[in-house]
Design a binder for this molecule. Structure first.
Ligand code: SPV
Ligand code: MG
Length: 432
């Protein structure tokens, strides 16, 4: 009897999966792989049903002989252990980023005479509806809010990219690449940067864009995405105001707010000591964190304390003392910031902090120290890396150059080859 293998990462079984099982049964014994939660997060959508429940779900499908856990999006381990004669899959994996996985599987199978069976992907009204329902479920506050904590426990480093609009949110949501070794890669979360939210409105990053407007940005993004949100809460304002912000963010499904230990007129940290910026006392900031934690109603939400000591040249000892105090006051994580090109001070902070606290998540924003890789940061105990402004900084010069060239040539022909084709822009946004 031949062995037929297929791998599912779905939370709901629909006609398409049943069709695959029925076709597989014609060829032999059917083994279904359940893609682990760890592997799913970079491959597909975040699972809303945990892997042990998905294993049971797949076991219950008529015609399935056995179920195994597939721990990696590439099939190497599974193919080595069960040596299937066939791997069967919907033909949707023949194009796009998934085609890299298909060709990897093909090479493995061909090494011993195994074969890939591609069957027409089922895309009927029922399947489309289930797909939309799954997206809708993931975008709901109760699912989205808890996802950051889930990701921190599942992956060595959570990767967040800046979003300040529905469109930039979609870029974070949908950008998938074929990375090293044919593995797919994508961002885990979105950072709603005060700098980029303000810049998009033509305003300085000084807490001038008010919370009502910042919440509107969150809603523009949550309407079209499912990934978790880390919100840049600036200083958090007065404690009396911050408690309301916490409640609103929780209700909107935001996973975390990061507030920084400054007071008075906040300026962007990357100005450093070139402008006047005042750090509040550790006691003042602890009081604000404690007030926020007291106001918080869900267990999922995180208040992350951002330490500005290195930005303001107050030294590592001051940063460490503040980290201890903020965590003791209830902070769910620490963000340590630096404007140095060399990551040395950030790494020293992380190493020293980790030697005394193994668990509290550490967040960094490598805008200035951009040569360091995610892997190196993870090795020093960093849990979340935020690419805080790169989308805005890439779009702005491109738009400026287009504007200049239209003026220069008195027509748009000369800029056309660097523009997205009209057909693509008008179909960029999916209609329901
Ligand atoms: C932001 O993105 O608004 C930040 C990070 O707060 S930084 O600009 O580096 O201060
Ligand atoms: Mg900011």
């Amino acid at each position: 009897m031949k062995t037929v293998y297929t791998c599912f990462s779905t939370d709901v079984i629909h006609d398409g999966h049943i069709n695959i099982i029925n076709e597989a049964r014609k060829l032999g014994r059917v083994v279904v792989g359940c893609l682990s939660d760890k592997a799913s997060i970079r491959y597909n959508r975040f699972p809303t049903v945990p892997e042990n429940e998905r294993l049971n779900l797949y076991k219950s499908i008529e015609g399935v002989d056995s179920v195994v856990l597939q721990n990696d999006m590439l099939y190497d381990d599974v193919i080595e252990s069960i040596h299937p004669d066939y791997v069967i899959h919907g033909d949707n994996w023949m194009t796009g980023a998934e085609s890299a996985i298909r060709s990897h599987v093909k090479t493995l199978l061909e090494s011993y005479g195994g074969k890939i069976i591609d069957i027409p992907y089922t895309y009927n009204e029922n399947v489309k509806k289930i797909d939309r329902q799954l997206i809708e479920k993931l975008s709901m506050p109760e699912y989205r809010r808890k996802r950051l904590r889930q990701l921190i426990s599942l992956t060595p480093i959570v990767k967040a990219l800046e979003a300040h609009s529905g469109l930039t949110g979609l870029i974070v949501e949908k950008t998938v690449i074929e990375g090293e070794g044919g593995k797919l890669d994508q961002f885990d979360a979105m950072w709603i940067s005060s700098l980029c939210d303000s810049t998009a409105k033509g305003k300085p990053d000084i807490e001038l864009v008010d919370m009502t407007s910042r919440f509107r940005t969150i809603e523009d993004i949550t309407e079209v995405t499912t990934k978790p949100i880390i919100f840049d809460g600036d200083t958090g304002g007065l404690s009396e105001h911050f408690v309301y912000t916490v409640r609103t963010l929780e209700r909107l499904g935001v996973s975390a707010v990061i507030i920084e230990d400054k007071k008075g007129l906040k300026k962007n940290s990357l100005f450093g000591t070139e402008v006047e910026q005042t750090q509040c006392t550790a006691e003042e900031f602890c009081e604000k964190i404690a007030a926020g934690k007291k106001a918080q109603l869900t267990d999922d939400f995180m208040i992350i304390a951002r330490i500005e000591s290195l930005i303001l040249d107050k030294g590592i000892e001051d940063a460490l003392a503040r980290a201890r105090a903020y965590v003791a006051s209830g902070a769910d994580g620490i963000m340590i910031h630096s404007r140095k090109k060399d990551p040395a001070e950030i790494l020293e902070f992380c190493d020293r902090y980790r030697s005394e606290d193994k668990d509290t998540p550490i967040v960094v924003v490598p805008t200035s120290f951009d040569s360091i890789t995610e892997e190196e940061l993870a090795r020093h105990g960093v849990n979340v890396v935020i690419y805080a402004n790169q989308l805005t900084r890439s779009a702005f010069p491109a738009m400026q150059k287009t504007a200049e060239d239209i003026l220069r040539y008195h027509r748009a022909k000369e800029v056309d080859d660097r523009l997205m084709p009209i057909k693509e822009i008008i179909t960029l946004i999916d209609e329901i």
